[in-house]
Design a binder for this molecule. Structure first.
Ligand SMILES: [Zn+2]
Length: 278
């Protein structure tokens, strides 16, 4: 279904057309004649993490013609799980024209420690091993140019486990570029508390900031987020307001830190691992 030039309406299959909110689910259309593309694998502890943390970047990469694949680790069971799976299919297949995979580990509370410090317990170890095997399998299957993990800087153990997987597999799969997204909203609730872990991971793995302009795709990002019903506690305009404030704050951070941002606008901040001597 077409609206104005260069935009296309995509409606989630689970949504009654009458319930469609004004302004939602109208996406920029991918340009034709794309030749040079990359494959990007995104590791998501939960189905909505990619859209929430870097939806603008994902949509820009989609418009550039890249192939986007999601690897979801944890999923609720029963009807809610099916619902979340259909939302994920909508975002990654119908909108981003990519693919998605599910490890389907039960989305339940997990205690990482054994009560004696920071050592992780046996159950968590088994889960980490399963996640590593799963992500490694997808890397072998798709040979992605870029693999994006969560920073794992919030306090959600599922996110910590996803980041742990990067630490265990990156030296095995050396052909891909590793990138990281900040675990929104966990990284945002008390950002000040996460500065130390962020700089620790940066020093350890030579990770640097990258700023991505999302001025053109901010509405696409809101739409991606609104495709997940778990996010419907807020209205379209509230989500847009939050993301615009965030995007502007990142712009000013870039300016203050002396990063050469090409123009005034809204930005997302991602992190990238430097390779070799680069
Ligand atoms: Zn999550």
């Amino acid at each position: 279904m077409r609206t104005e030039l260069g935009k296309v309406k995509k409606i989630p299959p689970y949504l009654c057309i009458n319930a469609e909110k004004e302004g939602a689910f109208v996406f920029h259309e991918k340009a034709r004649n794309i030749t040079k593309t990359q494959t990007i694998l995104v590791v998501e502890p939960h189905p909505d993490d990619g859209a929430l943390s870097m939806g603008g970047y994902l949509f820009n990469r989609y418009l550039a013609g890249d192939r986007l694949i999601s690897a979801v680790i944890f999923m609720q069971e029963g009807e809610i799980g099916k619902q979340r799976q259909s939302e994920t299919e909508f975002v990654w297949k119908a909108v981003l024209e990519g693919d998605c995979h599910y490890l389907n580990l039960p989305d339940q509370d997990l205690n990482l420690t054994n009560g004696e410090g920071i050592r992780i317990n046996r159950q968590a170890k088994d889960i980490v091993n399963q996640v590593c095997e799963y992500v490694s399998g997808l890397i072998c299957e798709y040979s992605p140019d870029i693999v994006i993990f969560p920073m794992g800087i919030g306090e959600h153990p599922h996110h910590t486990i996803a980041n742990m997987c990067f630490r265990l597999i990156y030296s095995t799969h050396t052909a891909c570029q590793y990138m990281f997204y900040e675990d929104f909203p966990y990284s945002d609730l008390s950002r000040i508390a996460y500065i130390r872990p962020v700089y620790r991971i940066c020093r350890q793995f030579r990770i640097i900031k990258e700023y991505h302009c999302i001025s053109e795709t901010i509405l696409d990002k809101v739409n991606l987020i609104m495709a997940y019903q778990s996010q419907h506690t807020k209205t379209f305009d509230e989500v847009k307001g939050t993301l615009s404030d965030y995007g502007e704050a990142i712009l000013y951070e870039g300016i203050v830190e002396g990063n050469p941002l090409p123009k005034k606008g809204l930005y997302e901040r991602l992190w990238k691992m430097k390779r070799g001597d680069g």
